[in-house]
Ligand binder design. Structure first.
Ligand SMILES: [Zn+2]
Length: 326
């Protein structure tokens, strides 16, 4: 059966008689100024005895073209974006969500957002922390998943001042070693060179005070980084456990799930070692789906927590439902 498209006229035609019958008092409707900003973007949930808070930093509306994904036809990428109802062809909205973990004894922040230094539509992490009742000086520990700017730029202001003044900053040892190595910098391609220079801007003055960590060893009670290289050489995910509950913080294992969980073999331009990133992506998505494990992921739509389900040759993201209680 042919279905005629809904136009403004046909949509209104269907409601006109209803409105007339109800005699809606349109003329008496109270005037209200439109809000010009979004509500604070935080979302709390529990993992065992731990309280977790998703802290939104904003969205990077990244212009993309055929060079954005290796291993896929541009038409297939565009179709996946259209299937996900992304609002503008050629623009990939990439949201940033960090995770605050309150263990009861420590306040741990996993990744720090863009610091307002990447795009005008991101940089709200500190404001959203405030909405969660947390000041930067309250953070005890920062754990960094890897050195891309959207994860580390929040450590410092544009003027080189530390934002989280009391926090121990913990970073993957392999990532620190790789990006501080002058030989690696000299061999870097143009696209990666900026990542090196930015990482050095953030870490050069604090390199001696940061704490390098080794994957597989707990860094805070119940929080264990796991090696997941490929996206960057030292990229890690975090296994979280409290009581009998556990979850996986996937960091940048996938970019937008509608593209890269759906098609785990696709390689976004941000993956420095594409084949290794694909192998780790498949391994991790397979594990969290088989174990029906709660996941958090930096680029999933806010509040960026839910589950991963096997779906054909790929995986689908199943968002958590908003839970009004804890
Ligand atoms: Zn990244």
């Amino acid at each position: 059966m042919a279905v005629s498209p809904i136009t403004r006229r046909t949509l209104l035609a269907g409601t006109a008689s209803t409105a007339a019958a109800l005699s809606l008092p349109f003329s008496e409707a109270a005037a209200s100024s439109p809000a010009t900003s979004q509500a604070p973007s935080i979302y709390r949930y529990k993992l065992g005895d731990y309280e977790l808070t998703a802290i939104h930093d904003g969205v990077w509306n990244r212009k993309i073209d055929a060079s954005f994904v290796r291993g896929a036809a541009w038409s297939d990428v565009q179709k996946a974006m259209a299937d996900a109802y992304m609002p503008e062809p050629g623009t990939l909205p990439i949201p940033f969500t960090a995770l605050l973990v309150n263990t009861g004894a420590k306040l741990l922040l996993i990744d720090t957002g863009s610091g307002g230094q990447m795009t005008a539509t991101a940089g709200s992490l500190v404001d959203n922390l405030a909405a969660a009742g947390v000041k930067p000086k309250d953070i005890d520990t920062i754990a960094i998943s890897h050195f891309h700017p959207d994860h580390i730029n929040g450590i410092k202001t544009k003027d080189d001042a530390l934002v989280f003044s009391n926090a121990e900053i913990m970073v993957p040892a392999d990532e620190l070693r790789f990006f501080m190595d002058d030989g690696n910098l000299s061999r870097a391609s143009d696209s990666v060179r900026g990542v090196f220079l930015n990482a050095r801007r953030v870490f050069k003055t604090i390199e001696k005070t940061v704490t390098p960590f080794t994957p597989g060893k707990e860094i805070v009670l119940g929080v264990t980084p796991l090696a997941a290289p490929g996206h960057t050489p030292g990229h890690v995910v975090f296994a979280l456990a409290s009581g009998n509950a556990s979850m996986m913080v996937l960091s940048d294992t996938t970019n937008r799930p509608e593209l890269f969980a759906r098609h785990p073999e696709w390689q976004p331009v941000f993956d420095m070692d594409g084949p290794l990133a694909v192998a780790n992506r498949k391994h991790l998505l397979d594990r969290v789906s088989a174990d029906r494990m709660l996941v958090q992921s930096y680029y999933f739509p806010f509040p960026a927590c839910g589950h991963i389900a096997r779906d054909g040759a790929g995986y689908a993201y199943v968002p958590s439902q908003w839970n009004p209680t804890l």
